[in-house]
Write a protein of this length. Structure first.
Length: 147
């Protein structure tokens, strides 16, 4: 298995673990029958802190992965990206972006159909998570099967 395949697998697993652990941490804090301003504050802080938590966790996991990879294989990570790597990254970005845009449109559509505000936020957050996983799975697929 190549470095890129291993990195994609670690990325999928870490994205799932980060999202699930953060949701389990924030779920008990939901203000059930509170005023709408408190609910909007909750969802705004949920999205903001999830973004920050996810970025920091991905950086830490990437550093740990590179250290473990180097210790176990005595190889360094590739210092360059060839045309295949760039093409796979572009395809993964395209698929990830497509999934997020579809989720964004569904989230806005929920407002058109007079759904509660929390439905829009849940769809938007889920679309971000699914797009992250889609990008990593696309990379893994293309590194295994080719372009």
């Amino acid at each position: 298995m190549t470095y890129q395949e291993k990195k994609s697998i670690v990325s999928v697993i870490s994205a799932i673990l980060i999202f699930v652990s953060y949701c389990l941490f924030m779920y008990p804090r939901y203000p059930g029958g509170a005023v709408e301003s408190e609910i909007l504050h909750y969802w705004g802080s949920f999205v903001l802190y999830l973004t920050l938590f996810s970025i920091v966790a991905h950086i830490i996991i990437s550093i740990i992965f590179n250290i473990v990879f180097r210790i176990t294989t005595n190889e360094i990570e590739p210092a360059f990206a060839d045309e295949l790597d760039k093409l796979i990254d572009l395809k993964a970005f395209r698929n990830s972006f497509f999934v997020f845009v579809i989720g964004f449109l569904f989230a806005m559509g929920s407002l058109v159909f007079y759904q509660p505000l929390h439905v829009m936020f849940m769809i938007l957050i889920s679309a971000g998570f699914i797009s992250d996983v889609t990008g990593s799975v696309t990379k893994l697929y293309h590194y295994r099967r080719g372009v």
